[in-house]
Write a protein that binds this ligand. Structure first.
Ligand code: NI
Length: 199
């Protein structure tokens, strides 16, 4: 069992800067494989549905994602197959966008209503350094883009268009008691883990 690293949270300079690519030569090393295991371990321990290397203090373009249903932090989210992405690139994104409540282990206690492309085409390496390509739609596309942003030092609050769309996480438990249409019609009607095609 690898040691559990502490989470790096918003305000940390290293978290908020672009990360360096992983060199090919590093991929096969035991140290790198250990780091991957540590990242997966941290995601499971902290109950994330994705986690990026800089969130555990590892300066590298690496993230993993995956949801074993049900997720404690996103009970309405569908299952997503676990996967590592190394030096990933987004090669295409749909013009159609969708909204969702996002949270982040590095932004504790908060949720934001964020608009992103509905479908993406992506490329990268897997944990053995083999090229992998995928097309994602639905909630998996959402999680992938959130994690990908971490590699450029971007945290989701930067993607929130209005101040009222950033709320304390606990208020999502009272979503059914919110005033009608607050903080927006789509946001009021969408539980965390689901997508909405309107603001
Ligand atoms: Ni995050």
């Amino acid at each position: 069992m690898s040691t559990l690293p502490p989470l790096v949270i918003i305000g940390d300079a290293d978290l908020m800067r672009p990360q360096p690519a992983v060199e090919n030569a590093a991929l096969d090393t035991p140290q790198f494989q250990q780091k991957l295991e540590q990242l997966r371990h941290a995601m499971v321990h902290y109950q994330g549905i994705g986690i990026a290397a800089p969130q555990i203090g590892w300066a590298a373009r690496v993230f993993c994602l995956g949801i074993d249903n049900p997720s404690s932090r996103y009970p309405q989210a569908p299952a997503i197959e676990f996967g590592f992405w190394i030096n990933p690139e987004m090669t295409a994104a749909s013009r159609k966008t969708v909204w969702a409540w996002e949270g982040c282990l590095s932004v504790p206690g908060m949720r934001g209503w964020v608009e992103r492309p509905a479908e993406i085409q992506v490329y990268g390496l897997d944990e053995r350094g083999q090229p992998r390509e995928a097309r994602f739609a639905g909630f998996a596309a959402r999680v992938w883009q959130h994690e990908f942003d971490h590699l450029d030092g971007v945290l989701y609050p930067q993607r929130v268009s209005h101040g009222r769309w950033l709320v304390p996480e606990v208020t999502l438990q009272n979503q059914h008691t919110w005033p009608s249409g607050w903080p927006s019609p789509g946001a009021a009607a969408t539980p965390p883990g689901q997508l909405c095609d309107r603001a």
